[in-house]
Design a protein around this ligand. Structure first.
Ligand code: FES
Length: 104
């Protein structure tokens, strides 16, 4: 269990979604209205990389690019089928200009 330094905060201002790997974990990080969200990056339905999906900043969701399940970034819950299993979410923090995600 450790805090992992993912990126600079201003990278998220420009790119909106940062994908990173840590050991066997594939994680995405995004920032909406000064709040950071970190979830698993691979859809729980089939193998699709959510970092290439569609970010809805108003609803704070990410939509899978393959079959369009929409996941809440805060909870990881899928709002619509076919995905039924929630994404794992991760604690995170900003320190100075750095974004950290807690990997368990
Ligand atoms: S792979 Fe994501 S909804 Fe099917």
């Amino acid at each position: 269990m450790t805090w992992v330094n993912v990126c600079k905060v201003d990278v998220l201002d420009n790119d909106k979604i940062v994908a990173f790997d840590y050991n066997d974990k594939k994680i995405l990080v995004t920032k909406i209205q000064d709040k950071i969200y970190a979830t698993d990056r691979i859809c729980t339905h089939e193998y699709a990389d959510l970092s290439t999906g569609f970010l809805n900043e108003d609803e704070k969701t990410i939509t899978c690019p393959l079959h369009f399940s929409r996941f809440e970034l805060e909870t990881g819950i899928s709002q619509n089928p076919p995905a039924k299993i929630p994404l794992q979410t991760y604690a995170n923090k900003m320190e100075g200009n750095c974004v950290y995600v807690f990997i368990d």
